[in-house]
Design a protein around this ligand. Structure first.
Ligand SMILES: Cc1cc2nc3c(=O)[nH]c(=O)nc-3n(C[C@H](O)[C@H](O)[C@H](O)COP(=O)(O)OP(=O)(O)OC[C@H]3O[C@@H](n4cnc5c(N)ncnc54)[C@H](O)[C@@H]3O)c2cc1C
Length: 387
């Protein structure tokens, strides 16, 4: 089967865009090609266009984008934004996702360094709701997810967790986000500024004032405090709902030992100081082991401004003491501070949707506070949009 994506840019013929779209779509439909006629917008330079990741690798062909459907912008390429984008894209909606980071996944992201994969945020997740278990079963069949078992083990609050009810994406959690985003236009490295509501559409621009285009419908899929700031002027009522939600921070430390060094075992006792989670990850065929340490919420909150290198040293010292690993054997060490790591008390609304403003909000903070909740929230919002 022919599986090609043809990208047609019509910089100078925008006025006839939809007519041309229909003609080209009709010509190509028998060959099952996916056509992108996304508007080449003023201010979107060839360089900025090259930031568009049209994620490929989906086992299915994309349906034809329906030019009669509303044009939708999604801010945030975490699991919630991508779940909403996937659902709407698959129903023919013209969806574009804007993400300020260089990669996808948000708090379910992976850093690759020293030939190793480190899950910098969520290391794994569970699936309890049948609505989430269905895609999880499909992702397991497709090889995107694996059940978490030895040798990937972890220590939580001093006790080894039972791991067989958890899932992890391989080689890292970002692989799940990339899989969900397959075939969807995602602009990475674009931080969206406060959106502006016009009479019948939304205008988006980035932090430098560069226009990102106009959209019929806007989905905001970022942590609640960031959503509140984005919407303070355009939608104060929804901003106030987002303002009800609070978070705890987490420092994470990523470390690895020299390949030649004896690799430590999981600390036998919880003598890990402020570290309340230790995750060991060895990929099949991977030389070496990656470790991720999570500092507990109290310690993370008490050390917000400490330089990352200092945090990395301090937590690594606890880890080395608990495992008898010689600090000199560390081959990789860095720390990352998640200011909005975990929601303390999520809303129970699933998602927030204002049909008058054509504005929706989703995220783990609307549902559950974890990856499962983020996915369910994105899907709940997409269903409200389709109602
Ligand atoms: C250290 C840590 C450990 C965790 N452990 C677990 C666990 O074990 N199990 C579990 O299920 N969950 C865990 N979680 C929680 C889980 O990661 C989140 O619940 C989930 O990933 C949230 O997804 P989301 O789409 O709601 O938000 P996010 O993942 O935060 O996505 C929001 C995205 O919006 C982007 N963004 C923000 N503002 C803008 C802007 N102005 N313009 C463009 N883009 C913007 C951000 O860069 C981000 O990519 C953990 C989280 C952390 C940090």
């Amino acid at each position: 089967m022919l599986c090609t994506t043809l990208v047609i840019r019509m910089n100078t013929v925008y006025a006839h865009r939809e007519t041309l779209h229909r003609m080209v779509s009709a010509l190509l439909s028998q060959a099952s090609l996916a056509v992108d006629v996304s508007e080449a917008r003023p201010g979107m330079t060839p360089t900025s266009r090259s930031n568009i990741n049209r994620h490929s690798g989906s086992p299915r062909l994309d349906p034809m984008v329906n030019p009669g459907h509303p044009r939708i912008a999604v801010i945030g390429a975490g699991i919630s934004g991508l779940a909403a984008a996937r659902h709407l894209h698959d129903r023919g909606y013209r969806v574009e996702v804007f993400e300020k980071a260089r990669g996808l996944g948000g708090r379910a992201t992976t850093r690759r360094a020293d030939h190793l994969y480190f899950n910098q945020g969520a290391p794994y997740f569970s699936a309890r709701d049948p609505a989430f278990r269905r895609p999880v079963a499909a992702w397991l069949r497709q090889g995107v997810l694996h059940r978490l078992n030895l040798p990937a083990v972890q220590l939580e609050n001093g006790a080894q967790t039972s791991t067989n009810k958890w899932f992890v994406a391989r080689p890292g959690m970002s692989a799940l986000a990339r899989h969900i985003a397959a075939g969807i236009a995602v602009h990475t490295g674009v931080q969206v500024a406060s959106p502006q509501r016009r009479i019948d559409h939304w205008r988006l621009s980035d932090m430098t004032g560069r226009s990102l285009g106009r959209f019929d419908l806007l989905i905001i899929a970022v942590p609640a405090p960031q959503a509140r700031r984005l919407l303070e002027l355009a939608a104060p009522a929804l901003a106030a709902r987002a303002g009800e939600v609070s978070y705890v921070p987490t420092w994470t430390v990523l470390l690895a030992a020299d390949h030649g060094a004896a690799q430590p075992d999981l600390p036998p006792r919880p003598d890990t100081g402020p570290v309340d989670r230790v995750i060991k990850n060895r990929q099949p065929g991977q030389r070496g082991v990656s470790w991720v340490l999570h500092a507990n919420a109290d310690w993370s909150a008490a050390h917000p401004q400490v330089p990352a290198a200092q945090v990395a040293d301090e937590l690594a010292t606890h880890f080395c003491n608990a495992t008898d690993l010689a600090p000199a054997a560390l081959s990789y060490l860095c720390a990352h501070h998640w200011r909005y790591a975990r929601v303390t008390v999520p809303l129970t609304t699933g998602a927030l949707w204002d049909p008058d403003l054509q504005l929706g909000l989703c995220g783990d903070w609307c549902c559950g506070g974890d990856i499962e909740g983020a996915w369910l929230s994105g899907r709940t919002l997409a269903a409200k949009v389709l109602e």
